[in-house]
Design a binder for this molecule. Structure first.
Ligand SMILES: [Fe+2]
Ligand SMILES: [Fe+2]
Length: 205
C-alpha cells in the first residue's frame, strides 16, 4: 500500500502534515523514551481491560484478544528500549502524555458506556500512533528507526480494528458507532491542541 492508501485506511479526522516529523525527530532519544512509555502503557491497558468484561467471566475470545495485544505491546516495548539503550539513552521512571490523558477524560465512568469508551479511546490512540509511524517511516531519515516504524504499523493497525470490533460486541452497533463519531471529533480537537516536541503524539510548531 502506498502512503495515501495507508492513511485512508484510518478513520482519523485530523491529518498530520509530513513536516510534523521534523519536530518529532528533533531529539530521537527523547522520542524513543516517549515511545517506550506508550508501549508500556498500551500493554498495561490491555491487561487492565482483560478484567473489564461486563459480565462475571469473560469469554475466551476476549482473553485471547487482550493477552495477544499485551504480548504485542511488550514485544514493541522491548524493541524500542533496545534501540533507546543502544543509542545511549535510558528509560525514565516518569512519563506524561497529555494527548492520552485528555482522551481518557472523555470516558464516561461507572455506567454501561464506560467499557465502550475505554475500548474506543484505545482504538483512537492505536489509530493515531499508526498515522505517526507511517509519517516517520518515510520522513525520519534514520534507517533503523524507519524499519521499526514500518514494522509497527501493521501491528497497531490490527489493534485499532480489534478494539473497535470488541466495542461493537459489547453494546449495540448503532450506539457504538454514534459514540465513535463523537470521539473521533473530540480526538481531532485534542491532537490539534498538543504542544510540539519530540513525542509520538505531539502537535505542530
Ligand atoms: Fe505497540
Ligand atoms: Fe497497539
Amino acid at each position: 500500500m502506498n502512503s495515501q492508501a495507508l492513511r485512508s485506511s484510518l478513520p482519523l479526522l485530523y491529518s498530520t502534515p509530513d513536516a510534523w516529523a521534523m519536530t518529532a525527530m528533533s531529539d530521537t532519544i527523547v522520542l524513543l523514551n516517549d515511545h517506550a512509555h506508550l508501549e508500556r502503557k498500551a500493554a498495561a491497558n490491555a491487561m487492565e481491560l482483560l478484567t473489564r468484561w461486563p459480565e462475571t467471566d469473560p469469554p475466551e475470545h476476549w482473553t485471547t484478544a487482550m493477552t495477544a495485544i499485551a504480548r504485542d505491546e511488550t514485544e514493541h516495548l522491548a524493541a524500542v528500549t533496545r534501540l533507546l539503550y543502544r543509542r545511549g539513552g535510558r528509560m525514565t521512571r516518569h512519563h506524561r502524555n497529555s494527548y492520552a490523558h485528555d482522551l481518557r477524560k472523555l470516558v464516561r465512568l461507572g455506567g454501561p458506556g464506560e467499557l465502550i469508551d475505554r475500548l474506543l479511546v484505545s482504538a483512537l490512540i492505536e489509530a493515531r500512533s499508526c498515522e505517526r509511524f507511517e509519517i516517520l517511516s518515510r520522513m525520519c531519515g534514520d534507517a533503523p528507526l524507519a524499519r521499526l516504524y514500518r514494522g509497527l504499523w501493521h501491528s497497531e493497525h490490527g489493534h485499532y480494528r480489534v478494539f473497535l470490533d470488541l466495542a461493537r460486541q459489547v453494546r449495540p452497533a448503532s450506539e457504538v458507532d454514534s459514540r465513535w463519531q463523537a470521539l473521533l471529533q473530540a480526538e481531532e480537537k485534542i491532537i490539534s491542541a498538543q504542544l510540539p516536541g519530540p513525542r509520538m503524539h505531539s502537535g505542530m510548531p
